[in-house]
Design a protein around this ligand. Structure first.
Ligand SMILES: Cc1cn([C@H]2C[C@H](O)[C@@H](COP(=O)(O)OP(=O)(O)OP(=O)(O)O)O2)c(=O)[nH]c1=O
Length: 200
């Protein structure tokens, strides 16, 4: 029992996922976590002037956690951004942009950054920023065309999904694989353990 003024045990707070990404639900399920509810947000994801890819990922994750409508819950939010140097590749608006992104990624190293933010019932936000380095093989025109036609780029940062056919383009990966898919599981579990919601 809690006395007046004392916070209820966090472990009782329902976990709400502030994301419309089906990949994030699947990733959480892999570590046995089923959110009580999904409460996607609709925030403006436009980068600020001179904002770096990793800064954007963390800022948007925190903004999603702050914007979610779920009082009293423990709210988990994330944002994934692809960076080629200082350049930000978000979700392509159309097939032409997806093609431009793939041509840019062809034969180059890039980074995938995911910001993960946890809003506690008292409003505090704790967060992590995770970066994975990847390199794609040099892509032929035919490969780019076939991939764009597959439609797998839709709704994916950088215009590709490593969990699909695009994994065959990945020559090199250093860091977290789940981070690329949209939620780094090691760091997410650490955040949830850190607040006592997830048992060690
Ligand atoms: C690079 C890459 C990204 N993605 C996805 C993960 C994210 O869903 C998406 C990046 O967009 P986000 O804005 O991070 O997420 P979202 O729009 O899907 O959902 P919400 O804003 O409600 O949280 O790209 C993959 O699924 N595979 C990949 O290989």
């Amino acid at each position: 029992m809690t006395t007046p003024g004392e916070r209820p045990p966090l472990v009782l707070a329902p976990l709400v996922l502030a994301s419309a990404s089906p990949r994030r639900i699947e990733l959480l399920a892999r570590i046995g976590i089923v959110p009580a509810r999904v409460a996607p947000t609709d925030i403006d994801e436009t980068p600020r002037r001179a904002e770096l890819p990793r800064q954007l990922a963390l800022r948007l994750a925190c903004a999603k956690a702050a914007a979610a409508d779920a009082p009293g819950a423990l709210i988990l939010a994330a944002d994934t951004v692809v960076g080629v140097g200082r350049r930000i590749l978000g979700k392509p608006a159309d097939a032409a942009e997806a093609r431009r992104f793939l041509e840019l990624l062809s034969g180059r190293r890039h980074q995938v950054h995911t910001g993960v933010a946890l809003r506690h019932p008292d409003g505090r936000i704790t967060h992590r920023l995770v970066s994975t380095i990847l390199a794609f093989q040099r892509l032929t025109d035919q490969q780019v065309t076939a991939y764009v036609e597959s439609g797998e780029w839709q709704g994916k940062a950088g215009g590709y999904a490593i969990q699909g056919a695009a994994e065959m383009f990945v020559r090199f990966l250093s860091g977290s694989h789940s981070n690329v898919v949209g939620l780094p599981l090691f760091e997410t579990a650490q955040l949830l353990r850190g607040c006592g919601w997830l048992k060690p």
